[in-house]
Design a protein. Structure first.
Length: 235
C-alpha cells in the first residue's frame, strides 16, 4: 500500500536545531541570539548561511522553556493532522494511531534537553512514529499488530540508557569544537554540525530498533513497507 507524497507535503519544515551550539549570546532589541548580529558580516556570515542559518530565525534564537513547550505543542498538532490525513486514505472503519518508538516520557528524563534542544527531535515527529491499527478490525485489514496503547514497564528507562551512550559519544567527538564555540570561534562549527547530523541518523536508527523490539521484525518490516516513505524514515 502506498500513500504517495500528498501527506508528506503537509508537514511543516523543521526549524534548524538550536540551543546547544555553545556560542556567545548577544541580546539586541530584547532578543537573545546565539550568534550576535555582527557575526553575520563578511566571511563568517557567509559560512553560517551556508549551514542554513540566519540571524533572526529560530536557528539563532536561544531556547527558553516556553519556546520548547511551544514546539512540543506544535509538533503534536502537526502529528494529529498528519495521522488524520493518513486515515482519510484508508478503507472505511480502518484507522491507525501513532506509536512513539522512543517513548515520550524519555523527554522528561536525563537526555530530554539533548533530544529537543541539540537535536531538535520531538516525540511526535514522523521519525519517531509508527502508525499502528487502532483496533482489531484495522489490524486484520492492514495485517499489522494492534497498537499496544501502553509501553512495557521500564522500557523508557532502558531507552534512556541507550541514548545516553550516543550522547556521551557526541560530547566526546565534539569537545574541541564546543570549546572553540564557547570562545566565539566558529571555525569548527561545520565539524560540530557534521557530528550532530550523524547523531540524528544514529538516534533514528535506535528508534527503529526499539520499534522492532516491541512489535517484532516482521511486523516492523511490513509497517516500513507501507508507511516508511510517507514518514520520511532514514532507513
Amino acid at each position: 500500500m502506498s500513500f504517495g507524497k500528498r501527506v508528506l507535503g503537509k508537514r511543516a519544515k523543521s526549524a534548524a536545531p538550536q540551543g546547544s551550539i555553545p556560542a556567545p549570546r548577544s541580546v539586541v532589541d530584547g532578543v537573545t541570539r546565539l550568534f550576535p548580529k555582527e557575526a553575520w558580516d563578511g566571511q563568517s556570515g557567509d559560512f553560517l548561511r551556508a549551514l542554513g542559518l540566519s540571524p533572526d530565525d529560530a536557528s539563532n534564537l536561544a531556547p527558553t522553556p516556553d519556546l520548547i513547550q511551544a514546539k512540543f505543542d506544535r509538533m503534536r498538532e502537526q502529528q494529529d493532522a498528519f495521522v488524520a490525513s493518513i486515515n482519510d486514505q484508508l478503507p472505511d472503519m480502518v484507522s491507525v494511531i501513532p506509536w512513539a518508538m522512543v517513548p515520550a516520557t524519555v523527554w522528561s528524563m536525563q537526555y530530554g534537553d539533548f533530544l529537543s534542544v541539540t537535536c531538535d527531535m520531538y516525540p511526535s515527529a514522523p521519525w519517531n512514529m509508527m502508525l499502528l491499527p487502532e483496533d482489531q478490525r484495522s489490524a486484520l485489514v492492514l495485517e499489522l499488530p494492534e497498537h499496544l496503547h501502553v509501553a512495557p514497564s521500564g522500557f523508557d528507562v532502558a531507552c534512556n540508557a541507550v541514548i545516553g551512550r550516543v550522547v556521551d559519544e557526541f560530547q566526546r567527538s565534539t569537545a574541541d569544537a564546543r570549546h572553540d564555540l564557547l570562545q566565539g570561534k566558529i571555525g569548527k562549527l561545520g565539524e560540530f554540525e557534521a557530528a550532530r547530523q550523524q547523531t540524528l541518523v544514529t538516534l533514528c536508527h535506535l528508534a527503529y530498533s526499539f520499534g522492532q523490539e516491541i512489535y517484532g521484525e516482521d511486523a516492523f518490516d511490513r509497517h516500513k513497507s507501507m508507511f516508511g516513505d510517507v514518514l520520511g524514515w532514514r532507513i
